[in-house]
Write a protein that binds this ligand. Sequence first.
Ligand SMILES: [Fe+2]
Length: 389
Amino acid sequence: MAEMSKNLSRFSFPTTSLFGVGAVRELPSQLQQMGCRRPLVVTDPGLLKTKAFVLLEKALGVEQRGKEWSLFHGVHPNPVDQDVVDAAKAYRDGKCDSVIAFGGGSALDVGKACRLLVKRPELNIAEFKFEDDWSGLVPCVCIPTTAGTGSEVGRSSVVTLSDVKRKTVIFHPALLARLVILDPELTADLPPQLTAATGLDALTHCIESFTSPVYHPLCEGIALEGIHMIVEALPRAVKNGQDLEARGQMLVAAAMGAIAFQKDLGATHSLAHPLSSLCGMHHGTANAVCLPQVMEFNAKRKPGLYRRVGIACELDIMKATPEDADRATIEFVRRLIVELGLKMGLGNYGVNASQIDALSEQAFADGCHLTNPVPVTREDLKALYQAAL
Ligand SMILES: [Fe+2]
């Protein structure tokens, strides 16, 4: 998609991932190979009641808790800086030597980030500097229990600074997990609505990163295959959560979506972020409701932009005009979202016209739209919210 940059490009796919049904049972031997004897499990309170957590506990040894491994389960749904501080304290109290980040994006982000405070206990997260020496962070194993954010393969953590009530993205390659375990059984009990919403976040990652102008053909290939896998597997995973084949495909595709967004994202994510922070919408749902509008906006200005996305969805549009190819692809995406049980229209989620000014303000300040395939103004974002209402 993108023009070759005049700047140098850096291509990097460094995370080892272990994938398959029952992969979590390999955790002890993997930790041993990494030389880790006392991991800290970082997760959120909701997960403690799930079958996924039982499987993790079984793998680590229930009776060994407190002896060979420690638990921190204080991660908030939208993690705050104090979560990172508390996780690092639990690490020190437990005399741990490694971190197992277990859960959705929030637990993974806190698990990755608390190692910064293990290295530098005096650090205030708000004052994190990329340029500082972050070598030698303790090893982290990321184990996702949802298939959406792909945070397990990411180099960043999103944390809200409670003082200023602002989300900050801590980005550093040192945050990367040493190992990712993708076990479809851990996602099998996720309810249909959450399966759909998180899966559509992954689809949005693939579509937006594919069309971003950043030069990275390797990621474009990954994004297209991710789209192909998601449109095939997501309806099956939503219909029957116990379909481990579909669950596995979604876990891999979600990781692929996050690998692909090394190319960055687009205007859909800029619209979605304020819908979560100001209106409390689920991130995946917010993306899904805005995605078709943004695709229409982009296609109007760059006809044919979505032809290869449509081909990845197995649409017969190879010889269609650019406009028809886009129309068929956008229609397919819209239908998929509705068939997965999501209501289109922001009004269905309590968003009203009086909020659009504040939403557009924040969406314009968000960096994701800077890599939208066509430039967007504040007025464009406002019009997109209006159209999505
Ligand atoms: Fe996302």
